[in-house]
Design a protein around this ligand. Structure first.
Ligand code: PLP
Length: 438
């Protein structure tokens, strides 16, 4: 796609190619704004993959949180996407932050967040990072075993500690219980140890697994947390914090809606931790805030027919026609087009491996709007593993055309690499609400 080619396009013509099943923005106006912003950027002559980041989408998610769980303070899980605009937007809205390392704490403090609004929610911490937290006034942190507690007591004697509980995470995209969480049977021993060394245990946390797809996972975890509180009370502790972790969906296509989770949590929290208990409820949502804010545009840098498709196409048509190019490639057969784009598994699409994500490519530009053909999409590196989609239907795309992927803000850019010399996509920030008010 040349700059001139792009200039002739508008959102209306894109919609003819394919009406996007766009779930990142909550309304059509925002959706159109994101795509228009994408085209504007392409028209500058861009060739590299890039993100359009809509900060209004983060505010929309915050409003949604407040609508369903207004009394649960969210601490944004920075690991999900440490993008500085996400941090500053959420800091302005007044959320807290869940950090897992010294660097994340430093980023959040640099965004102007007060140390009291940070929970260091990594139950197994590097000692020097604990000292960093202590030196910067971050005193709220999780643990799930005796040794960690002893280490924290030594390096940060005044820490307010939160016991991470093991809960059922089998209904989630990314289970976390393989690595973290104390089981109920071990809690008396751990809490006796806490008492012996004088650790100030202030509450309990859990995480039902990232990308949870069963609302009852939350209510069962709350009931289990109640048992942990009761064990604590029997040993003389007066816990005042319940941290219900993350796992909340990032968009409307998830198997469970935030509305349903809210209803389930409101019911179980009011049963086990009523307002009168004086227990403060907090949470650690990551994808909930980040996913919808990022839309990724990738450029088709190369194209070919899958092995044997060329011969099949030629047989169905004629060798002469097959040699003539794209129009004849799908004459009479359904060839498998292989598209190579400039971001892949070693970049933003690491989410396919680490987050077990499923992504949905949409054609932003395409040369023909006359049907869809079986296609595969590949990243730019030389690794055969670097495949984004194996067998999907796409309109025919040419070299230089653009595809986009909505809801790409969670567990994407955070873990991308520079493998093979392909740099992570740049970000184009904007606020779709500005377009609405213009
Ligand atoms: N809190 C902790 C301790 C985590 O490990 C994670 C994710 O791995 C999160 C919060 C965020 O989870 P999610 O993005 O599912 O909300």
């Amino acid at each position: 796609v040349t700059a001139a080619h792009c200039q002739t396009r508008s959102f209306a013509s894109v919609a003819l190619v394919e009406e996007p099943e766009f779930v990142c923005a909550s309304n059509t106006a925002a959706k159109n704004s994101v795509l228009n912003r994408m085209w504007q950027h392409i028209e500058t002559g861009e060739e590299n993959a890039f993100y359009v980041v809509d900060t209004a989408a983060i505010e929309d998610r915050y409003d949604l949180w407040m609508k369903h769980l207004p009394y649960v303070k969210p601490y944004y899980a920075v690991k999900c996407n440490p993008d500085s605009r996400i941090l500053s937007t959420l800091a302005r809205l007044g959320t807290g932050f869940d950090c897992a390392s010294q660097a994340e704490i430093a980023d959040v403090l640099a965004a102007g967040v007060d140390a009291s609004n940070i929970i260091y929610a990594n139950p197994c911490k590097q000692p020097s990072h604990i000292s960093f937290a202590a030196n910067h006034g971050v005193d709220f942190m999780t643990f799930d075993g005796c040794d960690e507690l002893t280490k924290m007591k030594k390096l940060h004697p005044n820490a307010r500690t939160v016991l991470r509980l093991f809960v059922d995470d089998s209904h989630s995209q990314c289970p976390l219980g393989t690595k973290f969480g104390a089981v109920l049977n071990d809690i008396p021993t751990i809490l006796r140890h806490a008492k012996a060394i004088g650790s100030n245990v202030v509450g309990v946390s859990f995480h039902v697994g990232s990308g949870c797809f069963n609302v009852s996972a939350y209510s069962e975890a709350v009931a289990r947390a109640r048992k942990a509180f009761d064990i604590g009370a029997s040993l003389g502790f007066n816990f005042k914090i319940l941290d219900i972790g993350g796992g909340f969906p990032g968009d409307d296509t998830a198997p469970i809606s935030f509305d349903d989770i809210g209803k389930e949590l409101n019911k179980s929290l009011s049963e086990h931790f009523p307002l009168s208990s004086g227990v403060k409820i907090i949470s650690e949502p990551g994808r909930f805030f980040a996913a919808a804010s990022h839309t990724l545009a990738v450029n088709v840098i190369a194209r070919k027919l899958a092995p044997n498709s060329l011969a099949a196409t030629a047989a169905a048509s004629s060798p002469k026609k097959a040699a003539q190019g794209k129009r004849n490639m799908h004459a009479g057969v359904d060839p498998l087009y292989m598209y190579f784009v400039n971001d892949g598994l070693y970049g933003s699409f690491n989410c396919l491996l680490y987050d077990h994500a499923v992504v949905h490519p949409m054609a932003l530009s395409a040369q023909e709007a006359d049907g869809e053909y079986s296609s595969s999409i590949w990243g730019p590196t030389c690794d055969g593993l670097d495949c984004i989609a194996k067998d999907i239907k796409m309109p025919v795309m040419d070299i230089g055309d653009w595809m986009y992927f909505a809801n790409m803000g969670a567990y994407t850019s955070a873990a991308g690499s520079h493998f093979n010399g392909f740099v992570p996509p740049q970000k184009v920030y904007f606020d779709s609400k500005d377009d609405e008010s213009a």
